[in-house]
Design a protein around this ligand. Structure first.
Ligand SMILES: [Zn+2]
Length: 343
């Protein structure tokens, strides 16, 4: 009786364990099939992505085509909005930057473009925008851009740019439902600037001074410029014929005050009082954040940052992306109280 009972227990155990073994094996097989399937899905995605790379499919309605002025040839080109943006992003930001920084640049460039169209000042006749970085925003053709990259990097770089534009297609930055004037620059030197301190006017509520860490890691962060006393005098006299300076005086050049963004606001040079922005323009400095010293026969500027400092810093965007921020985080960092919306 006892023996029969033991056999029965053993039989029950075998009956239960067989399905467990099979189920385990099945589960493993399912799992590995799942992995294979995931790879298939990945391949499909890659193929889909490669198809996507050809074209952006977003319907921009009346903004589908924009009129681009080529400043060197004075020719007008009608071009799809996102195709235009491939040329802007690849001209304005190195392809080596983080994908999220490139996406932020794509959204900023799209917003800047739409703002220009909506608020067209007629500066370029019936064109919407030009390809000059100091006037509107830089643009480069696909052929020219690729020819400047190493052959081994061409496809990868271009696809990275195209994906940054296509994965954010339709997105623009708005404030109170309107596209913002999305200024951007190369390197803020640590703090961005308000537009009032650069161009005067009444400013924009969404363009405030904000700080970014990590921008000192980029080559755009610091620079120097040196001028002989004669050159220095000549350059100022071109604009101010009454300019006089006595270099033997200790206070012949003296910074008087700074902006909220830590740039030179006003500086006394000889008998003149100039703005930091004007001094930047006169001497072609990279920014208005500078120190100036008289060293024997030379006047030396030590400059921090690159560009006007308003809006998004490009190296700052890359630095934030390296810290794990998304393109939305980057945009919200540089533009205060804005929204990212579909057009
Ligand atoms: Zn322009």
């Amino acid at each position: 009786m006892k023996r029969i009972f033991i056999y029965m227990i053993a039989l029950i155990c075998i009956c239960f364990s067989i399905p467990i073994v099979f189920t385990k094996e099945f589960a493993q097989r399912t799992y590995s099939q799942g992995t294979v399937n995931e790879n298939i899905v990945d391949n499909e995605n890659t193929e889909k992505l490669e198809n996507d790379i050809q074209k952006s499919t977003y319907d921009y309605k009346k903004y589908n085509k924009i009129k681009l002025l080529h400043t060197e040839t004075n020719e007008t080109e009608e071009i799809d909005l996102d195709t235009y943006l491939y040329g802007v992003v690849s001209a304005e930001m190195p392809a080596s930057f983080e994908e999220e920084a490139l996406k932020a640049q794509a959204v900023v460039a799209r917003t800047y473009t739409i703002y220009k169209i909506v608020n067209n000042d007629g500066k370029h006749g019936d064109c919407d925008i030009c390809d000059n970085s100091t006037c509107c925003q830089a643009w480069i053709s696909q052929e020219e851009r690729k020819s400047k990259w190493k052959e081994s990097e061409r496809e990868e770089n271009w696809n990275k740019i195209v994906n940054a534009v296509n994965s954010t297609q339709g997105k623009i930055i708005t404030y109170n439902g309107q596209p913002i004037n999305a200024f951007f620059h190369s390197n803020s030197g640590g703090e961005t600037e308000t537009p009032v301190n650069v161009w005067g006017g009444s400013g924009y509520p969404y363009l405030q001074t904000v700080a970014t860490s990590g921008e000192d890691a980029y080559s755009q962060y610091s620079s120097e410029a040196s001028f002989s006393k004669e050159e220095f005098e000549e350059k100022i006299k071109e604009l101010h014929s009454d300019f006089e300076i006595d270099f033997s005086k200790d206070d012949c050049i003296k910074i008087k005050d700074y902006t909220e963004g830590n740039r030179v606001k006003t500086i006394k040079i000889g008998n003149l009082e100039l703005s930091g922005v004007e001094v930047r323009n006169i001497f072609g400095l990279r920014s208005a954040n500078f120190k100036v010293t008289v060293e024997n026969e030379n006047i030396k500027f030590e400059v921090i940052g690159y560009g006007h400092g308003v809006g998004m810093s490009q190296t700052g965007a890359d630095s934030l992306a390296k810290q794990g921020k998304t393109y939305e985080d980057i945009i919200h960092h540089y533009y205060t109280n804005v929204e990212i919306e579909d057009m």
